[in-house]
Design a protein around this ligand. Structure first.
Ligand code: KIV
Ligand code: ZN
Length: 524
């Protein structure tokens, strides 16, 4: 099997295309939405990581989605840039084609449901109508780009005979990649292996296309199913950083890539991912979305390489291979090093920013971040890379309408908590105070006093950026208003300040979201 692909040329038999859908399937999941600047930053990081395809969004879904796919297609070089489109949707394919056009290598990914359940209840269509749309939609996409992917939504629950007919129609109409999603995370590895083996054996033209696996994790089998698909002949895997995605998520990119790297005997495949960048990209996504990685998450979780038991520690000291199947360094873990102190100057700070991947900050942002760094260095003995990252991420967040200026809080076991807050709202200073049952409650009440709004708080979580009682707090606040959900993040050595920064960040995101759909809403 050696395929001549419009975007990749002649591919070796063992080459696996890494298709990242963090910005599409991942971004669809509650609490993971990103703004344009955040998506662009992630897309550049994914390109540096070495993924082959970036699915940048679903252009017809909203003007914002269209714009982000178009911007990524314009500015991100390296990977194929892909836009999603329904096969039978009215403007989907035209919008996707327009959005990906600036890319050096554009792809349209078009899909339609093929399972009896989805055709009957979701599409309300007869199988023959669906089959006709597969041909028409794929041809329409092929008229716009050479690289077309077609997906059978709910493919794993589709009648085998009908799946073969749909795949054959898509290939005849010009699809170059055929993706079989396990949309609801129902399949087992044996099911996956059987589906791909069947399609490769029975569908005419199957040897001229790339088969792709797209697995959801509802039963925790997404990565196992993806590995089984590879062994049965799939040569593209669709995955997301940290496994984010609809419901229980998608197959995690870092897990599938490291499974391939660590077990060449079982998974003898090649890809172009630079694994020492995995942790950096995982953390970037967690910081942008506020969606923390669980501590025991494979590869990128805080405990993934921690050895607690005495027996394990003893073995590790004698020979690391006793309990480590891959080195922490191979996926980007290094000892958090002491980086800068309170006597470090602006030049050293700027050098550090460049080394941490923030070379593109404007002068004002560097100056503001430097001022905060000096303030932090006065309060915290040791400053680490993670401290700088948290601080700069906080500085570059979207504060278009509401800015945090200062906060004073008085609280204790024998008094009502009181917060005095200063914000800047659309360029004007606003000062006021409020009481609360505790310091966070008082501070959030003060935000509501200065900037009245209807949004409700649905999640509040605090973690530490580094070890020690002087560590910066990293806070996530989730707000909900009329079914719209946004997450805000904040970081500061003072936990309550960090919480207010996160609240203000969430409010700004909500304002941007509302202004896209309903310009007059949520005014102060
Ligand atoms: O899970 C799914 O079926 C999808 C398709 C749109 C590819 O995400
Ligand atoms: Zn999906």
């Amino acid at each position: 099997m050696s395929i001549d692909h419009p975007s990749f040329g002649r591919l070796a038999d063992d080459r696996v295309i890494i298709f990242d859908t963090t910005l599409r399937d991942g971004e669809q999941s509650p609490g993971c939405s990103m703004n344009l600047a955040e998506k662009l930053r992630m897309a550049h990081a994914l390109a540096e990581l070495g993924v082959d395809v970036i699915e940048a969004g679903f252009p017809v879904a909203s003007p914002g989605d269209f714009e982000s796919v178009r911007e990524i297609a314009t500015h991100v070089r390296g990977p194929v840039i892909c836009g999603l489109a329904r096969t039978g949707g009215r403007d989907d394919i035209a919008r996707a084609g327009e959005a990906v056009r600036p890319a050096a290598r554009p792809r349209i990914h078009t899909f339609i449901s093929t399972s009896p359940l989805h055709m009957k209840y979701k599409l309300r269509m007869e199988p023959d109508t669906v089959l006709g749309l597969v041909t028409a939609g794929t041809e329409a996409a092929r008229n716009l780009v050479d690289d077309v992917e077609w997906s059978a939504e709910d493919g794993s629950r589709t009648e085998p005979e009908f799946l073969c007919r749909c795949v054959e129609a898509a290939i005849r109409a010009g699809a170059t990649t055929i993706n079989i999603p396990d949309t609801v995370g129902y399949a087992t590895p044996a099911d996956m292996a059987a589906i791909f083996a069947m399609l490769r054996e029975r569908v005419p033209g199957a040897d001229a296309v790339i088969f792709s696996a797209h697995n959801h994790n509802d039963l925790g089998l997404a990565v196992a199913n993806t590995a089984a698909a590879l062994r049965a002949g799939a040569r593209q895997v669709e995955c997301t950083i940290n496994g984010i995605g609809e419901r229980a998520g998608n197959a995690a990119l870092e897990e599938i890539v490291m499974a391939i790297r660590t077990r060449p005997d079982a998974l003898p495949f090649q890809n172009a991912v630079r694994t020492p960048d995995l942790l950096r990209v995982s953390r970037m996504l967690a910081t942008i979305t506020g969606f923390d990685v669980q501590p025991n998450k494979a590869i990128v979780g805080r405990n993934a390489f921690a050895h607690e038991s005495g027996i394990h520690q003893d073995g590790m000291l004698k020979n690391a291979a006793t309990y480590e199947i891959m080195t922490p360094e191979s996926v980007g873990w290094t000892k958090s090093s002491l980086v800068l102190g309170k006597h470090s100057g602006r030049a050293a700070f700027r050098d550090k920013l460049v080394a941490l991947g923030y070379g593109d900050l404007g002068d004002n942002q560097v100056q503001d971040a430097f001022t905060r760094f000096k303030d932090l260095a006065d309060r915290k003995k040791s400053i680490y890379d993670d401290d700088i990252t948290a601080l700069v991420d906080d500085e570059v967040r979207d504060h278009a309408h509401v800015r945090f200026v200062s906060l004073d809080v008085a609280s204790g076991s024998h008094r009502t908590a009181r917060a005095e807050l200063q914000l800047e709202i659309d360029g004007r200073a606003a000062t006021g105070g409020a009481d609360g049952s505790g310091p966070v409650d008082a501070a959030f009440n003060a935000v509501r006093t200065l900037f009245p709004h209807e949004a409700t708080l649905v999640l509040f979580s605090v973690g530490a950026v580094t070890d020690g009682t002087d560590a910066q707090a990293r806070t996530t606040v989730r707000l909900e208003e009329q079914g719209k959900m946004v997450d805000g993040q904040g970081a500061d050595a003072d936990t309550i300040v960090s919480a207010v920064r996160a609240y203000v960040h969430a409010l700004n995101k909500l304002l941007v979201k509302r202004s896209r759909t309903e310009p007059a809403a949520l005014s102060a």
